[in-house]
Design a protein around this ligand. Structure first.
Ligand code: NAD
Length: 253
């Protein structure tokens, strides 16, 4: 007998899903049967290629471009996603950017850009999607934070602050919406092999730093998508406000 994890009949919106962890997550959720909304920012071709791939494998998907750091764009995204799917059962806040800069050189514009994309977007997306989940009597939200939001890192202050903020936001929403049968959890991955963390483009010093974890390797994006699937399905029914750590051992709470 085999265990079947099914999201049949559910729909899922994944932000920043044209590449990396978001892409792997959209694939995994679609494989499990969800109708997936692939959000992207100016990557229509890559997003459509993913949609075509999912459809060719017998799944359901649609691509919608939107900048999730902008309230108006978020509302349009959610309205279009609702029109395409009939309701959003699973929201994965994955979109993000990173920047390396000495703290004393970090400008107000750097701070606003990082926090806007990595933290405010989660607020905006949750605010736009939660009323529908409440009306439907339940839902799941998975926020992609980072182990750096727990550990901190020199030269990455705005990113680390944003990701720590995602964890605080996750726990607050988990408490506020648990009575409405909405589960809100986060994932704080360690280093993952994506465009964001590409060892080929890093100095030897940073490569050493990235690999200075017990497993001494980067994760494949699919390994993070597995954690998203777990949090999205009923196997995690008793998880509320938790932070999962697929991190190769970088953080051991
Ligand atoms: N790669 C890692 O080591 C790592 C580790 C921990 C956490 N994360 C987090 O995982 C998430 C995914 O990152 P990734 O590693 O797959 O990198 P990635 O660069 O491949 O993916 C980020 C995606 O977000 C999209 N995006 C950026 N700004 C956006 C906006 N305003 N609106 C909509 N989409 C936007 C990008 O276009 C891109 O497709 C991010 O939140 C990142 O902080 C990554």
């Amino acid at each position: 007998m085999s265990l079947v994890v099914s999201l049949q009949g559910k729909s899922a919106l994944v932000t920043g899903a044209a590449t990396g962890i978001g892409r792997a997550t959209a694939q995994r959720l679609a494989q499990a049967g969800a109708h997936v909304v692939v959000n992207h920012l100016h990557q229509a071709e890559a997003a459509q290629a993913l949609v075509d791939e999912i459809r060719a494998a017998g799944g359901q998907a649609v691509a919608i471009g939107a900048d999730v750091s902008q309230a108006g764009e978020v509302q349009r995204l959610v309205d279009q996603a609702l029109a395409a799917t009939g309701g959003i059962d699973i929201l994965v806040n994955n979109a993000g950017i990173i920047q390396e800069k000495a703290f004393l050189e970090t400008t107000e514009a750097d701070w606003d850009r990082l926090l806007g994309t990595d933290l405010k977007s989660v607020f905006l997306m949750c605010r736009a999607v939660l009323p529908g989940m409440v009306a439907r009597g339940g839902g799941v939200i998975v926020n992609i934070a980072s182990d750096l939001g727990i550990l901190g890192r020199e030269r990455y202050a705005p990113y680390c602050a944003a990701k720590a903020g995602v964890i605080g936001l996750t726990r607050s929403l988990a408490r506020e919406f648990a009575p409405q049968h909405i589960r809100v959890n986060a994932i704080a991955p360690g280093p993952v092999a994506t465009a964001m963390v590409s060892l080929e483009h890093m100095s030897a010093e940073w490569v050493e730093k990235e690999l200075a974890i017990p497993q001494h390797r980067l994760a494949d994006p699919a390994e993070i998508a597995g954690s998203v699937l777990f949090l999205a399905c009923d196997l995690s029914a008793f998880y509320c406000g938790q932070v999962l750590g697929p991190n190769g051992g970088s953080v051991m709470p």
